[in-house]
Design a protein around this ligand. Structure first.
Ligand SMILES: Cc1cc2nc3c(=O)[nH]c(=O)nc-3n(C[C@H](O)[C@H](O)[C@H](O)COP(=O)(O)OP(=O)(O)OC[C@H]3O[C@@H](n4cnc5c(N)ncnc54)[C@H](O)[C@@H]3O)c2cc1C
Length: 378
């Protein structure tokens, strides 16, 4: 098991310090290892996640070789040649578990941002004190975008948030964490071969959720009440001016509709008339949303690209990527004999990229891998 950094590297190096998991502690479970502290409904800090994964590495006796970066993988006769920063390894089967979020995704239009505006990603963002005084434009309103917009607004800065497709969620529903409902109703267990539009399911934005001790909801209504200004999707930057699309009303209506459908699914599953379904106020549309913002005027000093993450396969010298750079695989069985993947969106189930999602996927994938090795032995 090769790891370029230390155990739990992504949680140590690639997250901002104030982040907490958006999944509650009771959902932090790995094969044979689960949270057993006093606050099952709490949300782990980064230090706690790191400790949790370190403990798992110890109890599972995972044979991790830390400080070993894979720099190239090539196909050889009966398997793969793996070049690493600590020498070469040959293997008959290989599991790519290098993560779905190795790089922040930044749109190409970032190149047109005037030099006077500093640009950050969730990888380079630390805290509000790091930013120049003045306004911030957060691009993206999924989990990362809404969390950073709230933190920056609390620091007293003017914050504008550019909103594209979003997955609105209340923190709690009918008295329980909304993720309890995702698990209990079976939504998160839905298999990849049962999902209607798998390609779309794999590209869905992360839910607008934050893990706080108070279990607060963090949606656009909350942000607007805090004084954050929502604008439409960032469509272009022309001559230093950011142009936003005007369909905010539709974007909000769609998010509200999807939320209502999700809650109806929960209610139908619960089928419990004793507890009345809860419904939430529609997302408030601003009287007039700005359609453009001159980035040269000094009003915006920093842009934060909260526009998602992607894997990095720069080291993979096997033709298994599609034209968009995504790994071609069927439920983690990659399109090259003996090569497997884990930890990618909806790999085998909707829960695949979450910590608790790995157990079922890993079991299925390693079963296939074992058969592959058996077949080679015969
Ligand atoms: C901002 C953010 C918040 C998240 N919040 C939650 C949450 O609240 N709850 C939840 O369940 N999930 C959350 N996730 C998803 C989370 O990433 C996964 O649950 C989990 O970390 C995936 O584990 P992984 O081992 O597949 O990938 P990673 O944690 O990314 O681990 C991959 C490892 O591979 C190593 N690696 C990469 N390339 C190489 C190479 N070439 N050679 C050697 N080693 C390499 C990396 O150093 C890294 O340690 C969040 C993700 C992000 C980005």
């Amino acid at each position: 098991m090769l790891e370029r950094g230390e155990v739990a590297n992504s949680w140590r190096r690639e997250r901002w310090p104030s982040l907490r998991l958006l999944t509650p502690n009771w959902l932090s479970r790995l094969p044979g290892h689960h949270y057993d502290g006093p606050e099952p409904d709490g949300y782990m800090t980064m230090a706690e996640v790191t400790e949790f994964i370190e403990r798992f590495a110890k109890v599972s006796r995972a044979p991790v070789r830390t400080g070993t970066e894979v720099t190239r993988v090539r196909r050889i006769d009966d398997g793969y040649q793996v070049m690493t920063s600590n020498g070469e390894i040959r293997c008959r089967a290989l599991v790519i578990a290098s993560g779905a979020c190795n790089r922040p995704t930044v749109p190409e239009l970032a190149a047109a941002v005037p030099e006077s505006v500093e640009q950050l990603t969730p990888f380079s963002y630390r805290d509000p004190a790091q930013l120049a005084d003045g306004g911030v434009l957060v691009v993206g309103a999924s989990a990362t975008g809404v969390q950073l917009a709230a933190e920056l607004r609390r620091s007293g800065r003017p914050v504008t948030i550019s909103v594209g497709e979003q997955a609105r969620m209340p923190r709690t529903y009918r008295g329980r964490d909304v993720l309890w409902w995702m698990v209990a109703s079976g939504i998160w267990d839905q298999r990849y071969d049962e999902v209607d539009d798998l390609d779309r399911a794999r590209r869905l934005p992360s839910p607008q959720l934050v893990g706080t001790p108070e279990r607060t909801t963090l949606d656009l209504n909350v942000l607007t009440a805090m004084g954050v200004e929502p604008v439409g999707r960032l469509a272009a930057i022309r001559d230093g001016t950011a142009l936003f699309s005007g369909g905010l009303r539709n974007v909000f209506a769609l998010a509200d509709l999807k939320l209502a459908r999700l809650l109806t699914t929960f209610d139908e599953w619960a089928d419990d008339e004793a507890d009345a379904p809860e419904r939430f106020a529609p997302t408030q549309v601003p009287a007039s949303a700005r359609l453009q913002l001159d980035l040269r005027r000094g009003e915006i000093r920093t842009i934060i690209w909260a526009t998602g993450f992607r894997p990095d396969y720069g080291w993979l010298d096997v033709p298994v990527l599609d034209p968009k750079g995504r790994l071609r695989h069927d439920g983690g069985v990659v399109d090259s004999p003996g090569m497997y993947a884990l930890g990618l969106p909806v790999l085998r189930r909707r829960k695949s990229t979450f910590i608790h999602g790995i157990e079922d996927d890993a079991r299925d994938v390693t079963n296939h891998l074992a058969h592959h090795l058996d077949g080679m032995v015969e």
